[in-house]
Design a protein around this ligand. Sequence first.
Ligand SMILES: [Zn+2]
Length: 421
Amino acid sequence: MAMAGNSQSISQSHPKNIIIMIGDGMGPAYTTAYRYYKENPNTEEMEQTVFDRLLVGMASTYPAKVSGLITDSAASATALSTGFKTYNGAVSVDVEKRPLQTLLQKAKSLGLSTGIAVSSQVNHATPAAFLTHNESRQNYNEIAESYINTDADVILGGGQRYFSTELIEKFTAKGYQHINEFSQLDSVTSPKVLGLFADVQLPWVIDDKEAKSLSKLTQKSLELLSQNPNGFVLLVEGSLIDWAGHSNDIATAMAEVDEFAYTIEIVEQFVRQQKDTLMLVTADHNTGGLSVGANGKYEWKPEVLHKVKASPDNIAASAIAADDWHSIVSDQLGFTPSAQEFSNLTNARMQGNKALAIALRKLIDLYSNTGWTSVGHTGLDVQVFAAGPGAKLFSGHQDNTEIAHKIFSLLPTRAFTNPSQ
Ligand SMILES: [Zn+2]
């Protein structure tokens, strides 16, 4: 009995698999807003979300001193993947630009499988900081080229434009199956895979609610990576929550959070079934200074957001292309703007797509009473969610670098003698 107890406590403290999930820019206001966005109006009680269910702690996100208090996604991803603070823009190099070992590199060296599944381009700051090193997140081509040396088993997301034919050939020569359509996912039954499904980022969830892109990529990653008996480390990122936050686009942001939450639920199910897998979910920083309620009014109206049929980007594009754009705008927004509001939209429409999209977002903010304080990041602490063996380690307040240290401590202490390669 004592033996069984011991082996159980060992397996509980050292998970076989680790799944790290990052909601880019998904500060606490996003998950609060999401709770009200998801609330069933036909029931008396407020339903819990997956975020409410899995919450264990909070994390600070400030970068290295040289970059002040507000982090970018590269510095925060470096903190989460290496345990070191660095300057904004750095991809897993320290302030002296020396490379730092990442969680995925360490896992690979121990004989585990590794992978990333993201909704941005695969070589964007967050996934890059888990796979490679570069002194600047802007060096997209260098970062893409460096992926050939990462030996990652699963690389799924967007970013076709950064992978030349020659580079793709190098991947296939190394045994990677290369795909660029979601319909091809079924044909992939074993690692390794390089799947690039968009020129840059994947389409907004709000513009194709049935696509379920991130959850499909994540499910495939779990299926492929589970084939390694030694275990795996997977990074999943809901990348575009941040992009919607930067453009202060609440309707688009809620749809992105919804798909990320659905993906978390799929991973949670895997964790509950496997019992040997840790899932750790957090945000890398807060974006936009989202406010649930604004302008001195005690109200927030998520029902407005449910009626918005497309991203303001897409609504603007349709409205600019059409003569009877008033009816298109009313139909796609789910409400009819007043005469004064239409006159403002007319002015914006004359300035082009971007100006009209901004005006539409402002109108959605007005009708839903949503507020924003910035088009950049803000310094708010972010939430930490976890389940599975080791989850308790992440409770209470911690710095984002400590999250990495804790995950490193959960990796196997010795390399497997039967590495997957
Ligand atoms: Zn950002």
